[in-house]
Design a binder for this molecule. Sequence first.
Ligand code: PRX
Length: 635
Amino acid sequence: MSNYHIKHLEEYYQVYRKSVREPENFWAEVAEEHFMWRKRWDNVLSWDFKKPEIKWFEGAQLNITENCIDRHLRTKGDHTAIIFEPNNPDETAEHITYQQLHDRVCQMANVMKDKGVKKGDRVCIYLPMIPELAISLLACARIGAIHSVVFAGFSSKALASRINDSACKMVITSDGSYRGSKTIDLKSIVDGGLESCPTVENVLVVNRINSDITMKEGRDLWLQPLLDAASAVCEPEIMNAEDPLFILYTSGSTGKPKGMVHTTGGYMVYTAYTFKNVFQYKDGDVYWCTADIGWITGHSYIVYGPLANGATTVMFEGVPQYPDFGRFWQIVEKHKVNQFYTAPTAIRALAKQNISFLENYDLSSLKVLGSVGEPINEEAWHWYNDNVGKHKSPIVDTWWQTETGGIMITPIPYVTPTKPTYATLPFPGIQPALMDESGNVIKGNQVDGRLCIKFPWPSIARTIWGNHERYKETYFSAYENMYFTGDGALRDEVGYYRITGRVDDVIIVSGHNLGTAPIEDAINEHPAVAESAIVGFPHDVKGNALYGYVMLKETGESRDQNNLRNEINQLIKDRVGAIAKLDKIQFTDGLPKTRSGKIMRRILRKIASKDFSNLGDTSTLLNPECVQVIIDESL
Ligand code: PRX
């Protein structure tokens, strides 16, 4: 039996059982049969969730780009690896073959080497969704540099803090980016950030929008002339399976973003294996994930997972509403997309539009529909199923995280019967557990609890860059010998999982993870602000929107509150990014606090969602009287 490609339910159960009973044999077989290793591993797995320390395929040597590119050249050199669909539908789409990808990655790698980037150096990539973004990731991997992609919607400050946290030596960016009818001046955002980034030696700049930008002498270099002069051959750096491949920052409930570190061998095996099965990808299919490569979904399921399978992966530069709300469907028709992977927030936004935007296009190529990033509500699920899938393309509601590297709980299409809003069953190798509040495993079905994972899988993040203690504290200390996800979940009568949402202070807005701390810090920088608290409240497109309770230093109506609201949102935009702007701001004279001085967000969340029943016991608060005042103010 080949474990690699699961085709029916019985086979799933067989494979799953094997992955639990003999995890090492199971993963060794997958790794052995489907990848190219320069040296075989000495040990499949060693792990200790107490330290925590997790190692997969120790002793093995490889280069992930050989697996994603070189090994396909003989049979698929002229097949399309990446289809680049530009923001403007009138601009011609680019089809990059595996051979061309090879050459472009090698040229980029040689440019980086020439500028002094070596194995283990960190390179920050701050680019729009253009081919150079995927190529930069792969070029780093080619030479063993560790990429740290920062989503190009983050502000100068957010960019600088990520660059400094991992002491990046180089930044790769563009003059600007297209986003619908707008252009964004990326280079000036980078320039602003770099004022406080002493480790950056060079900035490579892609010319995307032909804008007139300033280039800092000795630091900034236009990329294209360097690429033109570079050789298209670059021998891959031989990496150990446990060498870091990339850092990707994700928000935590407190403190600054966490630089999750993913390593090479296990990440490759897991993303490739999940890609193959979760999308039932077959040679010749065209696969499209609408995420940005600035997030983990793009890393794993636009770049590494698809390319490791020799797939054709679409990269879309634009937004769903430009030039109109039919754009996604126009792209599906144009490129005859077979697998389509997007986020519930996009589905909800599209479902609100006139159905003719969708009906104008031929969607008959679609075979699998994916959802990721946040819980998909029942209405959105049905809209997707009825109108996009037309009841013939199964929906895979895939639950996973930046930290998990790959998809963890998901249906396998045409294999697992789907159920609206349920991510259904664990992928082979994944051993979920639901925990109660006193730290016990909840047995049986029809139960809910906090979602943990009992056993390591190959693509689990190995640490937080520069802060292993925080890694331990965040993921391995809530429950003994378990990885804690931060999510709540329920398990139904047949063992299907439904993810109910975060149980910590991370808020998912339009599928983006936002920690409250950096946003509150930004607000508190305003000279008029004494203190603030951010919570999420339900929003029909974004899933959650942000609600800020802001205490001013001087109470009373003396200041223009609308002005203040704008100033606060401007601060958030500058410090964090536009995605973190608040939908509602309530000025208040008090915030409910526990006797130890912690803000009781639970109460604030309820007030923000206008759910005034059941506020729980407020008598233990330091200032119980403020609760009614906040309710009254909110009305
Ligand atoms: O709360 C879960 C939610 O997104 C969180 C992870 O966010 P991030 O690290 O940004 O990765 C997003 C893309 C993998 C999770 O802790 N989440 C992700 N997928 C789902 C989901 N919630 C419900 N259903 C999902 N399918």
